[in-house]
Design a protein around this ligand. Structure first.
Ligand code: NDP
Ligand code: PYR
Ligand code: MG
Length: 550
């Protein structure tokens, strides 16, 4: 539903109306509305359509010289008029998403406290609020359909940047509206400002400079937060975002069986990587079981993706243990093996992938060692180490298969394991490539090859929407894998054979409707849905997308 001016709930005077970002139409207020709401004289007299307003934004946008200027411009636009902001995003999706989201949001987060211009978007909860979180949530002004929460401890590949990470929940929620049509007045970005272990060098840093609380206090705080959210907004979806691997897996396990919640970095990333990999297999005429995978990075994203890909290999005649034998995970200590019990004890999420079959004396300390040993057909980068997929590594991978599959998923671009053009050059155009942040088209022997952004943004909006519409009590792995299948299938065979791995971003609303429908279908099948089942799930999802219009 749109937040419409004609709502009976409108009791605001004109001055309040133009300062309300959800109700404001600026020059698009009609003459009748101006007279009815005391707006006459408060805005320029011309009456414009939203298309005319967008045309003005286009001119202003073109005059902005830096990506940071564009980021700040969009933030201001959102603060002034959410409808126009989303209209501009949706009509300029390929230009604006790399600003609102990765890579520019990463640069903006690093400087968030410095570029701050009174952007009261969302909530900030800190350690001193322990014991009062439920009461503090009452300060929020509206009902909430979805919350994206971070504790700022692992923002993209930028590490523990504390309250400056707030740009990520804000950006993710913009994508929830762009992608799945969540009503922007009913979404809530939250940062839990529980300190940072890094020294925020800026004198303007707005968060706590204390280190993180001890483990017991931390978990008690998150318990209180989750319970407070459930009590205040019992039907809202709670998405955990960019929590360090120290807590990401543990918190997912702690809450997933009793709450409508998921972890985007583990499950959303696994989902989109599975969808992209399925299409890479369709494009290369291979099956998932044909592949041997090396992962650089065994954190939240790495293990989330490994588990989602491993599930693609599982079947009646193939167990998850057999599937996991296709995987070799490399972390900062080298190949993850059962010999390194200290590593596994500190990172239980790695244990299912720890190799116990490496012959004594085999060198497996570096990525190159492991590539030579395991002879991969697929390389997955979730390490935050830029340039780690070198020409030599790609050259080795090319010895094992005609078409190696290379996903360089670390964000933002400055952390990416290998750029698209490099991957094409080093593999002589043979690699099937996808990246986490957007990449320009590749020039291969004079031909322009389009690039694919394997990013959870393709699926989390639809997952959240499906869970909300079905009123799913919980969000299960089966719902997530149905979302992956729906996203992969959205690319028809005739496109996939040409190497198209993912749908076009301009179709994101329709993709999200299919993803949401797939999630709902499983929610009804598994008996987790509390809503009544609609006849046509895709149409139902479409009909419940907030329309970007006044
Ligand atoms: N495309 C997408 O949709 C998504 C992309 N990402 C991106 O993936 C990246 C990783 O995220 P996430 O998994 O959550 O981060 P984590 O911090 O959880 O994991 C990082 C992993 O990289 C390993 N690592 C660090 N340095 C090295 C090194 N020099 N050599 C080998 N391994 C190393 C770490 O090793 P150790 O375990 O030993 O510390 C750890 O296993 C980020 O850049 C993030 O933005 C994440 C989610 C979604
Ligand atoms: C995309 C995303 O969630 C990340 O890089 O953390
Ligand atoms: Mg993330």
């Amino acid at each position: 539903m749109n937040s419409r001016l004609t709502d009976e709930t409108i009791t605001m005077n004109g001055y309040e109306l133009i300062r309300n970002q959800f109700k404001n139409k600026d020059t698009a207020f009609t003459q009748e509305e101006r007279e009815a709401h005391g707006l006459v004289g408060l805005i320029p007299p011309c009456v414009e359509t939203i298309e005319q307003q967008v045309a003005r934004c286009e001119v202003q946008w073109k005059e902005l010289n830096t990506v940071m200027d564009k980021f700040i411009y969009l933030y201001h636009l959102q603060q002034a008029n959410e409808t126009l902001y989303f209209k501009f995003l949706l009509t300029h999706i390929e230009e604006t998403l790399p600003i609102v989201y990765t890579p520019t949001v990463g640069a903006a987060c690093v400087q968030y406290s410095d570029i701050w211009r009174s952007w009261p978007k969302g909530m900030y909860l800190n350690a001193s609020m322990a014991g009062s979180i439920r009461k503090i949530l009452d300060n929020w002004y509206n009902e909430v359909d979805i919350i994206v929460v971070t504790d700022g401890t692992r923002i993209l590949g930028l590490g523990d940047i504390g309250i400056n990470g707030h740009g990520i929940p804000v950006g993710k929620l913009a994508l929830y509206t762009v992608g799945a049509g969540f009503d922007p007045s009913r979404v809530l970005p939250i940062t839990l400002d529980l300190g940072t272990n890094n020294d925020p060098l800026s004198p303007f840093y707005m968060g706590s400079r204390d280190g993180h609380p001890d483990e017991d206090k931390y978990v008690a705080y998150i318990d209180e937060f989750v319970a407070a959210v459930k009590d205040k907004w019992s039907s809202c979806v709670l998405q955990f975002e960019d929590f360090s691997k120290v807590h990401a897996f543990e918190l997912l396990e702690r809450y997933r069986y009793e709450n409508r919640t998921f972890n985007d970095d583990i499950q959303g990333t696994g989902c989109i990587a599975a969808a992209t990999f399925v299409n890479a297999c369709r494009a290369t005429n291979t099956t998932p079981r044909d592949h041997r995978f090396i992962f650089l990075g065994a954190g939240a994203g790495g293990v989330g993706v490994a588990e989602a890909l491993a599930q693609l290999l599982v079947g009646p005649d193939y167990t998850i243990e057999q599937a996991r034998k296709h995987f070799y995970l490399v972390d900062s200590r080298g190949l993850v093996t059962t010999a390194d019990e200290a590593n596994l004890a500190a990172n239980e999420h790695k244990r299912p992938y720890a190799r116990d079959d490496v012959p004594a004396g085999t060198p497996v300390r570096t990525l190159m060692d492991v590539v030579k040993y395991a002879k991969p057909t697929a390389l997955m980068g979730l390490s935050t180490i830029p340039g780690s997929f070198t020409k030599e590594i790609i050259g080795e991978a090319c010895k094992n298969t005609e078409r190696p599959i290379i996903f360089a998923l670390s964000n933002p671009t400055s952390k990416c394991e290998i750029l698209a053009q490099q991957c094409s050059d080093y593999s002589h155009g043979k690699a099937v490539y996808a990246s986490g942040s957007p990449m320009p088209d590749v020039d291969f022997e004079g031909r322009k090859i389009p690039q694919y952004q394997c990013n959870n943004m393709y699926v989390f909006p639809g997952i959240g929407h499906g869970a909300m519409l079905a009123q799913a009590k919980i969000i299960t792995e089966e719902m997530i894998s149905a979302a992956a299948t729906a996203c992969a299938k959205y690319v028809p065979d005739e496109e996939v054979v040409k190497g198209v791995l993912l749908p076009r971003l301009k179709d994101i609303r329709e993709i999200s409707a299919h993803v949401a429908a797939a999630v709902m279908e499983v929610a009804f099948e598994q008996g987790h849905a509390m809503a009544e089942r609609p006849a046509d799930l895709v149409q139902y999802a479409r009909d419940h997308q907030w329309k970007v219009q006044y």
